[in-house]
Design a protein. Structure first.
Length: 360
């Protein structure tokens, strides 16, 4: 079958092209994409941070409707609304069996071979999905049913930004009521972390970005304070936290400089959680004495330390109940051809999530 998809090639060249996808085979599902988010990880596929094979269909944060199923599929049926999961767990490896499916030994491969271009070139899809397309064919483990009442443009965010940001706060750091929280980087993931911190009863919640235009988004998501990132950040954060620094800091950018800023703005004995994915050559340098004397914890949060099969439906129900407001996260609704402009906005620090509506 031939569908439209956003294809990346060597040198960061992007174009909407016709591509040929296989019919769903055993255990596979064909999904019509209704909405897909433009994530910083997609940009990392083309800006040199990562080195995937090309040509590559971008996109991994999406929701849609099941169009067809292959033999042996029992997880979903035609017509069901689903959220795509870019790191489905095998449920058999050492990590899965000890209750850490987000670290599954087989999950999260940067690119998977699937389909071909119209010219017959071997095609790869981002994180096993390639969701910036009209349709995808994926393993049934990569789809999670959600109630049809959840608007699909909001459901799309659950598969990456929301699950990652909310999970970092709830599962990785386990933020408690009354604890102070600092969030650096206010894209979709960072704003989701702010929302989760508010739900946890954290106070104060200090949101930080390089762009002053993020102030209203941060406050709408639940931040008590907003700061523009500069060299005086740690002093400003201490001024808002009794002179100590934040109990919890969440770095949602993926840069060594931002990780160091989060470290410096966290109190002695506090926790620094790195949520952003950075480059392999961007090294973080910390003093051995500082590590010892500060007694801080530095760790990462992979996919929100979550089991998507359990937590995506729970988050969808929270959306339906009005307990999780995702509307502040969606700042642009665009078509496939507009994704390069969305990457430019992302680089400039403008807006939060751009949602691609392929049929639009």
């Amino acid at each position: 079958m031939t569908v439209r998809a956003l294809v990346a090639r060597e040198g960061g060249v992007l174009a909407v092209e016709p591509v040929d996808l296989p019919e769903p085979g055993p255990g596979q599902v064909r999904v019509r994409i209704a909405a897909a988010g433009v994530c910083h990880s997609d940009l990392s596929m083309v800006n040199g941070t990562l080195a995937p094979p090309f040509p590559l269909v971008l996109g991994h944060e999406a929701a849609g409707v099941v169009l067809a199923t292959g033999p042996g599929v029992d997880r979903v049926a035609v017509g069901q609304h689903v959220v795509l999961n870019w790191s489905p767990a095998c449920r058999r490896c050492w990590y899965c069996l000890r209750g850490e499916p987000w670290l599954c030994a087989t999950g999260g491969a940067p690119a998977t071979r699937r389909g071909s271009t119209a010219a017959g070139e071997a095609l790869h899809v981002t994180l096993g999905l390639g969701a910036l397309a009209d349709e995808v064919v994926v393993p049934q483990a990569a789809v999670i049913p959600v109630p049809a009442q959840v608007p699909l443009e909001r459901a799309a965010l659950l598969g990456c930004a929301v699950l990652t940001g909310v999970g970092a706060v709830r599962n990785t750091a386990r933020v408690g009521a009354g604890e102070s929280v600092l969030v650096l980087g206010l894209g979709g993931v960072g704003l989701s972390a702010v929302t989760a911190a508010r739900s946890a009863g954290a106070a104060p919640i200090v949101a930080v970005d390089v762009s002053a235009a993020k102030r209203e988004l941060a406050l709408a998501a639940g931040a008590s304070d907003f700061l523009v990132a500069d060299d005086g950040l740690s002093k400003a954060v201490r001024g808002l936290t009794g002179g100590r620094g934040a109990d919890h800091s969440f770095e949602c950018v993926g840069r060594a400089a931002t990780i160091r800023a989060a470290w410096r703005a966290t109190r002695r004995g506090g926790q620094v959680t790195v949520v952003g994915m950075g480059g392999k050559d961007d090294l973080v340098s910390l003093s051995a004495l500082d590590i010892f004397s500060s007694a801080r914890t530095l760790r990462s949060s992979v996919y929100g330390s979550s089991d998507p099969d359990v937590e995506v439906p729970a988050l969808a129900n929270a959306v339906l109940a009005g307990d999780l407001d995702l509307m502040p996260l969606i700042t642009h609704r665009i078509g496939l051809a507009d994704v390069p402009a969305a990457f430019d906005r992302m680089a400039r620090g403008e807006g939060a999530r751009s949602i691609v509506l392929p049929a639009g």
